[in-house]
Design a protein around this ligand. Structure first.
Ligand code: DAH
Length: 345
C-alpha cells in the first residue's frame, strides 16, 4: 500500500506540475478530493489493511493529501500570476485597423458655404467677419431701421440683457448678416468687395421652413458706377454656379429700408424650369434672396460719399439653397444632429 500511495503521489505531482490552466487544476482537485475521487476510494480500502501497516500508511496518507493539496494551491497561484502578467502586458492597439473607423465629414451647409467663398473669391470678394452678438445700432439703426419702424416686425429679435459698454446701446443676436454692412463701409475705402457668411438668429415660430438659428450670405460691393447691372450679373453667376447653367436670375422690386431700389432675387424654378409646379406654387420662380442698391444714407453712415460712389448689397439664405438643391423638406434637419440625415449628404 505504501508503494501504491507513493506512486499515486508522484503521478499527481506530475500532473499538477504540467497543468497549463486553472481549469486543469480544478479537474485534478476534483479527481482527488471530490466525491468518489482518489482520496475517497483509497480511504475505503483502509479497512482491509492490517493494523500494523495502517500505523505507517495512515500518517503517510495524510501527508500525501496535504502535499497534493498544497501542490495544487501553489500551482494555482503561479498560473494566476501568469494570467495577470499577460493581461498587464496586453495593450489595446487602437491603430491596428481592426476597430472600424467612422470618418466624419463637413456639415452640408458648411460645405456649401465653402463653395460660395470659393466662387466669390474668384471675383475678388474677400470674407469679412461681423459679430453674432451686436448692437441695436449696427443691426438696425444704421441700416435705416429706427425703433418702431415697421420693418422691425419682419425680424423678431432676440435681445440680450446687458448693454454695450461704450455706447450703452442695447445688445441683440444679429437678425441678419447685414450688420456687416456698416463695418464693411466704414472700415474700408472703395472699391469694396466683401462677403459675410454666418449665423443669424430670430425669435421665430419654428417650422419646416423657419429656424430660429440660420445662416445668411451677404455681399457688399461699392465702387464708382456700380449699378443694377452688376447685381443682375452677380445673381446670375451665383445661381448658375449652384443650380446649373440653365438657371436664370430675376430681380423683382421689393422693399428693404437699407437699399434703394430694393429687390427680391428669384431663381428660375429649378424643378419646372419656369413652367409652374408645386414647389414654386405655379409661379415658375423661387425667391432666394434680398438685394438692392445700397441706400445713399447707409453709404453716408459709413463715411462714403453717395455722389461719388454707389454700391450693391445682398443677403441670401444658404440653407434654403441647399434644401432646393438636394430636395430637403425640413430646415430643422440641419441643426438636428441627426446622423442618418447628415451622412446622406
Ligand atoms: N437682411 C435682409 C433680410 O435678412 C436681406 C437683405 C436684403 C440683405 C437686401 C441685403 C439687401 O444686403 O440689400 O431679410
Amino acid at each position: 500500500m505504501e508503494e501504491k500511495l507513493k506512486k499515486i503521489q508522484q503521478d499527481y505531482l506530475n500532473r499538477i506540475g504540467s497543468s497549463k490552466t486553472l481549469k486543469d487544476l480544478d479537474e485534478i482537485f476534483i479527481g482527488l478530493f471530490g466525491k468518489n475521487g482518489e482520496v475517497d476510494t483509497l480511504s475505503k480500502q483502509f479497512k482491509d489493511i492490517p493494523k500494523e501497516e495502517l500505523k505507517t500508511v495512515g500518517p503517510l496518507f495524510n501527508q500525501i493529501k496535504q502535499k497534493l493539496e498544497k501542490g495544487i494551491r501553489v500551482k494555482r497561484e503561479e498560473l494566476r500570476e501568469e494570467i495577470y502578467q499577460a493581461l498587464e502586458n496586453e495593450t489595446l492597439d487602437t491603430r491596428s485597423g481592426e476597430i472600424k473607423k467612422r470618418t466624419g465629414h463637413i456639415h452640408p451647409v458648411t460645405q456649401f458655404e465653402n463653395e460660395i467663398i470659393r466662387l466669390f473669391n474668384k471675383l475678388g470678394f474677400v470674407r469679412a467677419d461681423a459679430p453674432q452678438i451686436d448692437t441695436d445700432y449696427n443691426n438696425f439703426e444704421v441700416l435705416n431701421i429706427p425703433e418702431n419702424h415697421p420693418a422691425r416686425d419682419l425680424q423678431d429679435t432676440l435681445y440680450i440683457s446687458g448693454k454695450q459698454q461704450v455706447t450703452n446701446d442695447k445688445l441683440l443676436l444679429r437678425t441678419h448678416t447685414s450688420n456687416s454692412q456698416i463695418r464693411a463701409l466704414s472700415q474700408n475705402k472703395p472699391p469694396i468687395r466683401l462677403m459675410n457668411i454666418g449665423r443669424c438668429f430670430r425669435y421665430e415660430n419654428v417650422d419646416a421652413r423657419h429656424e430660429h438659428t440660420f445662416e445668411q450670405f451677404e455681399i457688399v460691393y461699392v465702387d464708382k458706377r456700380v449699378s443694377m447691372t452688376h447685381l443682375q450679373f452677380l445673381s446670375e453667376y451665383f445661381l448658375k454656379s449652384v443650380f446649373g447653367k440653365d438657371t436664370k436670375a430675376r430681380l423683382r422690386p421689393k422693399y428693404y429700408p437699407f437699399v434703394e431700389p430694393g429687390t427680391g432675387v428669384d431663381s428660375l424654378c429649378i424643378f419646372c424650369k419656369g413652367k409652374g409646379c408645386k414647389v414654386c406654387g405655379g409661379i415658375g420662380w423661387l425667391e432666394i434672396g434680398g438685394a438692392g442698391m445700397i441706400h445713399p444714407q447707409v453709404l453716408r453712415n459709413g463715411g462714403i460719399d453717395p455722389d461719388k460712389y454707389s454700391g450693391i448689397a445682398w443677403g441670401f439664405g444658404p440653407e434654403r439653397m441647399v434644401m432646393l438643391k438636394y430636395g430637403i423638406k425640413d430646415i430643422r434637419l440641419f441643426n438636428s444632429g441627426d446622423l442618418e440625415f447628415l451622412q446622406k449628404l
